[in-house]
Design a protein around this ligand. Sequence first.
Ligand code: NAP
Length: 282
Amino acid sequence: MTAQLIDGNLLSQQLRADVARRAAALTAKGKQPGLAVILVGADPASQVYVRNKVKACEDNGLYSLLEKYEETLTEAELLARIDALNNDPKINGILVQMPLPKHIDPHKVIEAISPRKDVDGYSVLSAGELLTGLPGFRPCTPYGCMKLIESTGTSLKGKHAVVIGRSNTVGKPMALLLLQANATVTICHSGTTDIGHHTRQADVVVVATGRRNTLTADMIKPGAIVIDVGINRDDNGKLCGDVDFANAKEVAGHITPVPGGVGPMTITMLLVNTVEAAEREL
Ligand code: NAP
């Protein structure tokens, strides 16, 4: 293997130690940081995600409140719960696990969360703060990707970064964070004619499509940093990303594995945002 592995588990451990220290300092002042996690319905993947988020809070000294509701919960009932949590002094961050049942408008729900508690960074205000370079909550997955890139010790100034994927939660905020770090940024998507043409010139490639083998070894500039956000299953049911890891690692300079790369960082940055939300309230 040529590439150095970027270990998301190790970096997460380091960042979570800092979260735990900050949480303990807040708790000593009677202000333990608290995260409310709301799950509507019984989607099995969502159940795992919320369990992991609650466990990460408990492991690092944050208060967590898990609220599970039946699929039949109405939009009005959910909005009323968010309103109550907005006014609950024990809660600094509110996370509503997506996807929501079809009868609930996710935009309405996200916008109902107080901007002071939008630790997922999904609201229009948080997106605007990112766009304009104002301080605010950054969406956890791209924020974690930035930390992974930083951990390689590479300065992004003057580098060419390509993001594949343009979702509001990953691709677009990722591109804005890279831009803020002075990279020159290209965004590719399903309408891009020749993605390899762009990625072969890239010093950094972040792939977030949810499609296996979106990035193959022949599309990578030797020595590039490759960050794989995707979560897929291969033909044997094994977890894999969007990058052809086995071959890409022979060309890239640094690469994240799946699992053990971006995944743990997403929860870690949620903890970071929640502690920051609590610190802002001091
Ligand atoms: P999404 O909302 O489905 O967006 C996927 C994006 O990829 C879209 O912009 C789409 O383009 C683009 N795309 C799809 N197929 C493509 C192709 N063949 N070539 C180029 N672009 C293509 O997904 P998402 O929420 O951003 O998530 C992406 C992946 O990351 C998923 O596998 C998801 O499970 C994973 N994820 C992981 C974490 C983590 O913590 N590890 C967190 C979030 C997401 P168009 O806009 O043109 O349709």
